[in-house]
Design a protein around this ligand. Sequence first.
Ligand code: HEC
Length: 119
Amino acid sequence: MAAAIAALMSCATRKYTPVADFPPEMAENIRTEYMKIWEKGKVLYGMNCAECHNQKVGRRMIIPDFSREKLEGYELRVSNRQHEENMPDERVTAEELSQICVFLSFRKKTGIPMQPPVR
Ligand code: HEC
């Protein structure tokens, strides 16, 4: 019985944690700096993007893979109507957007492409 409960719990609590993935040729000191930005970007992504973009896969919410060329701070703001209306400067500053882009760019891919958000 205890084993069954333990199995159930581990199943229900499977959590997706994004993992940083920097190119091996990146110098150690630069990696350290980028890691700080990456951590900020992770939090900012959760605050500003996850609500529309995270996807449920089985029991987990995951961050899908965004196409790389679309990850440009300015472009993001105007890339579609949802962004134009939901990403004003007061919500995400240019600096924050670039931090989010660092987070999304240097992240171990989930292998699940971005789907248009259902709204
Ligand atoms: C209000 C909902 C909403 C929010 C919030 C939102 N997005 Fe989007 N995003 C969309 C929609 C809708 C699309 C367009 C989907 C399409 O055209 O296929 C999109 C498209 C994108 C794309 C293009 C992806 C591709 O591969 O074509 C990127 C990159 C992106 N969003 C990143 C972000 C980031 C980063 C944030 C947070 C700063 C964010 N989005 C916040 C709704 C949202």
